[in-house]
Design a binder for this molecule. Sequence first.
Ligand code: NAP
Length: 274
Amino acid sequence: MSDQPAGGLLLVGCGKMGGALLGGWLDQGVAPASITIVEPADAALPANLHPDIIRCKSENELDDGSRPEIILFAVKPQAIDQVAPPYARFADAATYLSIAAGKTIDDFETLLGGGAAIIRVMPNTPAAVRRGISVAVANAAVGDAARTRAAELLSAVGEVAWIEDEGLMDAVTALSGSGPAYVFHLAECMAAAGTAAGLPEDLAVALARATVSGSGELMRQSSETAATLRRDVSSPGGTTEAALKVLMRGDAFEKLMSEAIQAATERSRELAQA
Ligand SMILES: NC(=O)c1ccc[n+]([C@@H]2O[C@H](COP(=O)([O-])OP(=O)(O)OC[C@H]3O[C@@H](n4cnc5c(N)ncnc54)[C@H](OP(=O)(O)O)[C@@H]3O)[C@@H](O)[C@H]2O)c1
């Protein structure tokens, strides 16, 4: 049996996203001894897991007297129905956070009991480098203090935004959850186009990578809008303008992106209903 101190954090699933959150909490100064991980796979754990962190292979190893303040589910959505119910016993004192895509607050109220305090969160993969954005929605059982604590913990891996209407979560998933893949695809397309224009492939790949990541960092540090930053690099009659005339012809790129995000939004809705 492992003792989870009162007020501690219980991380259920320490894969890619759970591991990113754990790293962020430790960087943020959360005491390792206040963290318990439930993770069956040894291979998923960070190589240098802090010795004060309690690690259990299953929920059965948790002490009956455990009183976690926060329980964060970071397992695959298809595992939630099986994984979550045993944690219902902590519902009187804990706030549950779930990052499982498509699993709704309603799903968790069914699994954990109607009175459980639940926050559904959609993070994204830049969390791995503390540059993510998490969008959160809470049920009525979550009080102000729990909201503040959840926001603190999520801010360890990037920005945090709250929504009040859970119905927006499908569009959030489509924009920021899946969005990193669109940006990576942009880098792929730029590299392929550079190669087609005669550049050696490795140089084209390096230029595309540095351009996408550098532009992202510039946008992060700037207070200007994306449109202003775009105009700033487009001199009249210049090369950038020539390219943008193609990309913006008939709003083709905007329409394609809109169609892509619509497809992801609909898929997110379908998955939530499955
Ligand atoms: N990665 C993303 O971009 C992203 C973005 C937004 C949201 N999310 C959400 O984040 C969640 C986790 O995704 P991920 O990419 O981090 O997945 P992952 O790397 O597969 O991590 C999930 C971990 O949970 C472990 N696990 C399985 N059963 C468990 C149990 N009963 N108790 C505790 N841990 C258990 C898995 O171990 P085994 O490998 O042994 O099964 C695995 O190590 C998903 O619900 C996903 O929807 C991910």
